[in-house]
Design a protein around this ligand. Structure first.
Ligand SMILES: Nc1ncnc2c1ncn2[C@@H]1O[C@H](COP(=O)(O)OP(=O)(O)OP(=O)(O)O)[C@@H](O)[C@H]1O
Ligand SMILES: N[C@@H](CCO)C(=O)O
Length: 325
């Protein structure tokens, strides 16, 4: 359970007092997620999510994340809305952490994504990219290629605990990705963590996207690369090209890719796999004492990055240029 910081009922009642969301009836920690502490809060007015922002979230970034949710919701993407207090403020402090209340979104995330889910998430990613265009704030991607070496350095000495001989392999990847990372591709606001557990469905309908706490300005195609990793591999580590095709067709039904974006996709997918491998590895080796959190296995992403190294062109992911429908 990702509850790094616990709260008492009294603290919560005091925190909720400036909001117009009725009387507190119950609350409980949410047994999912690895980044922040989340609570489901029931009041006489309905259900809400209370988030206490933890280690990877910089308080100065919160106006970007919370403002972005409002902007996207107003421009065609279904996502949670931050709840404003009576004085208009959306960000407070609870148990020493920055904290916000956001609206509760109905739906379930897909435990076994199908090509239908992949097509819908591809579409939603493109809608997000297009809807984000007028958003006035900017946030650099703190976990892009320039940050990976420092992240690796924090784990490198213990990486053999995960797999012997990993050091040289990851160094080679870092050199290759740093030396070849594309410049000048179309960019804007990206989600940067669009995994199945952040996308809700009601039946076959995508009912909303959550968890904007890695959102940033970066290459649109990098967001697609993250999705290919998160949605299109099977449990046995095999890439499912039918899912890849569905995801890329779904994306291109809203925003077609340029030739340069298509050419860059294998490298971006390789980089995306390394990014999630590195954060998982760091957490695997250093998760805080006392936290109840299900750690994610870095080896899953090690398999993926080994796969991407061998990809010659985006067609191998199922990309069809000029013929998506
Ligand atoms: N607006 C919402 N409506 C309904 N449920 C939500 C909402 N926000 C969060 N949740 C629930 O809380 C869980 C964790 O939320 P979230 O993914 O934002 O946490 P996190 O710690 O940032 O996780 P992650 O590991 O995905 O980064 C979700 O899987 C979902 O069950
Ligand atoms: N989606 C991430 C965790 C949250 O950043 C992962 O699966 O590693």
């Amino acid at each position: 359970m990702a509850v790094y910081t616990d709260i008492t009922e009294t603290e919560l009642r005091d925190f909720l007092e400036p909001y117009d969301i009725g009387e507190l009836l119950s609350y409980k920690g949410i047994a999912e997620g690895v980044e922040n502490s989340n609570f489901l809060v029931h009041t006489s007015a309905g259900s809400y999510i209370l988030t206490l922002y933890e280690k990877r979230v910089d308080r100065n970034d919160l106006p970007f994340f919370l403002g972005l949710m409002e902007h996207l919701a107003q421009n065609g993407l279904t996502c949670p809305l931050p709840v404003h207090r009576r004085d208009g403020i959306v960000l407070g402090t609870l148990a020493g952490r920055p904290a916000a209340v956001i609206s509760f979104l109905e739906g379930m995330w897909p435990r076994k994504p199908t090509p239908m889910h992949c097509r819908e998430v591809g579409k939603a990613a493109a809608v997000l990219h297009v809807s984000g265009r007028g958003f006035q704030r900017n946030r650099a991607n703190a976990l892009s290629v320039g940050a990976w070496r420092a992240l690796w350095d924090q784990s490198a000495s213990r990486a053999d605990e995960v797999e012997a001989g990993l050091g040289a392999e990851i160094q080679t990847d870092l050199d290759h990705l740093e030396g070849n990372w594309p410049q000048g591709l179309p960019s804007g606001v990206i989600h940067a963590d669009l995994f199945p557990d952040n996308v809700f469905f009601l039946g076959e309908e995508l009912s909303g996207v959550i968890d904007f706490y890695f959102a940033c300005n970066d290459l649109f195609a990098y967001d697609i690369a993250i999705c290919l990793n998160a949605w299109c591999f099977e449990r046995d580590g095999a890439f499912n090209v039918t899912k890849g095709m569905a995801l890329l067709d779904g994306y291109q039904s809203v925003r077609p890719l340029s030739g340069a974006e298509a050419d860059a996709l294998p490298l971006l997918a390789h980089g995306a796999a390394l990014r999630f491998f590195l954060t998982r590895l760091y957490d695997w080796l250093t998760v805080p004492d006392g936290a109840m959190v299900v750690k994610k296995d870095p080896r899953e992403y090690l398999r993926y990055l080994r796969f991407h190294r061998k990809i010659g062109s985006a067609g191998e992911y199922g990309l069809r240029m000029g013929e998506a429908g």
